[in-house]
Design a protein. Sequence first.
Length: 569
Amino acid sequence: MNLNTEAEKKNTYDAIVVGTGISGGFAAKELAEKGLNTLVLERGRDVKHPDYPTATKDPWEFENADLPTQEDLRKQGVQNRTGYTIRQSTKHWFVNDLDHPYTEKEGTRFDWMRGYHVGGRSIMWGRQSYRWSDLDFEANAKDGFGVDWPVRYKDIEPWYDYVEQYIGVSGQNEGYAQLPDGKFLPPMEFNCTELELKKAVREKFGRPFTIGRTAHATAPLPHTPWRGQCQFRNLCSRGCPYGGYFSSNSCTLPAAEKTGKMTLRPNSVVYEIIYDETKSKATGVKVIDGETGEQVEFYAKIIFLCASTFGSTFIMLNSISNRFPTGFGNDSGELGHNIMDHHLGVGAGGDVEGFEDQYYFGRRANGFYIPRYRNWGSDKRDYVRGFGYQGGGSRQGWDSLVAEAAIGADLKQLSATPGKWSIGMMGFGEVLPYHENSVSIAKDKKDINGLPTLLFDTGFKENEKKMRVDMRADAAEMLEAAGVKNIHTFDNETGLGLGIHEMGTARMGKDPKTSVLNKWNQVHACKNVFVTDGSFMTSAACVNPSLTYMAFTARAADYAVSELKKGNL
Ligand SMILES: Cc1cc2nc3c(=O)[nH]c(=O)nc-3n(C[C@H](O)[C@H](O)[C@H](O)COP(=O)(O)OP(=O)(O)OC[C@H]3O[C@@H](n4cnc5c(N)ncnc54)[C@H](O)[C@@H]3O)c2cc1C
Ligand code: SF4
């Protein structure tokens, strides 16, 4: 006799999606639009578009000049390692580190930046959106680091097309083989100093240079009429009430909601996958209610783990059964290994003389992009892979007057006069998949929900260090060639994680002996569980990864539904 039959029926869906960030939001939309009754479980509080509490506040409305207080630093010291995320205007989008601790193995550093709420980091992301090319998909096979990707660009290209058109990505097609063109909305404009740099970079070095490709609606998006166009106000990290940039809250979750097929359950901390050995299938997940502490189980035919790289990896490592004694789907022993990110914090900047009669329109939330040119074509370095630069030119505005002693008419005159031009760029370098960069469960340290936490053991190696030498020198060289003055270079020490592009801990591959997922993001050893956040990434490339997560998520959802219909799951 099963006394729980009624409860079980009530808690049973066609699909469960864990997480509502960039990948979870997309999975929810795709699965619900394809007709599946979809339960979406999110550990954090609900956030409804367009209710972003600080979005329309003026600078003078924030206490402490919008800087973190001592109390903020006590509670969010790790989240503040970026130096720009814990402000009065944005701190509510980042976790309380005391409630959600983790451990860095002695002598190592890992910067884990997170937001636990509906929408995840789709609210705070920088929106830079680039496609991978076969330079990236073939890299592991060619130089022997990591395992070969089980896919190539042609497999993902239609899904990039699909995602870009749905979320709206503004950009310029350039025909660069290492950075494929896309289905773009109108590009944003360069300003005069950036045009000068572009000329020098292209003519003197033969290097590529384009406007940043960014998930902003620079034209109407008729398929999501509830979203408005970007107003060029550059307050995006507070949340955009216009829906001017892509977030789960403004785009994919409302689309899923419209189908009538989605049930969204915030405050639902998933901590385990339920595995049925007799069926060799996962049957559901275990949840702690974040508000009541109650433990609940939910059941479904398919499960999409989209809880972010370490969120999903935690759930898998914490799902121990007779079949999977070291973590869910971990036959290869690779679960929790091969952590990658992008290394950054290195580049150059300087002053631009002239152009006093020129300015620019609005506050463009974007910059220029210099795609990878190292170890490309005939260029060969003493390291493998490469890096790209993101940068921008700007003119000093009224905020430079804070330190001025002027009052009255002088102050008025000064504040109406823009200051000097400056320009700078920072590199984003590829990090290799090293097996020893890993995360495991620390049973003795618990979080606010009484769950075990994660222990990180990571570090950069020689390849990243050698690459940084070029990242710094090349930036200065290009600025100099464009006539930039007072050039300063920088190379700030960072930990892995500070790129906020963590990837790799449940990589996909051809061989179940060396990878956790197959080419459809399906757990090799349990076909009704799909993992489509950054944990599936087999290598890191040097471009921002979230567009790629969405493309693979849409592809996996399409495959899952067709397999379900065929009775294969
Ligand atoms: C300041 C900043 C700038 C960035 N800039 C860029 C950029 O320009 N371009 C780019 O490509 N990427 C950028 N990123 C990275 C980007 O935000 C992430 O790659 C992306 O959000 C990852 O999507 P995700 O769905 O895997 O995870 P998330 O968006 O983090 O969502 C995961 C969700 O899962 C929930 N969750 C976690 N654990 C559980 C659990 N156990 N149970 C239930 N729910 C759970 C979380 O609360 C969260 O809502 C940036 C990030 C930040 C913070
Ligand atoms: S710049 Fe555009 S996307 Fe960003 S907050 Fe303003 S309107 Fe929204």
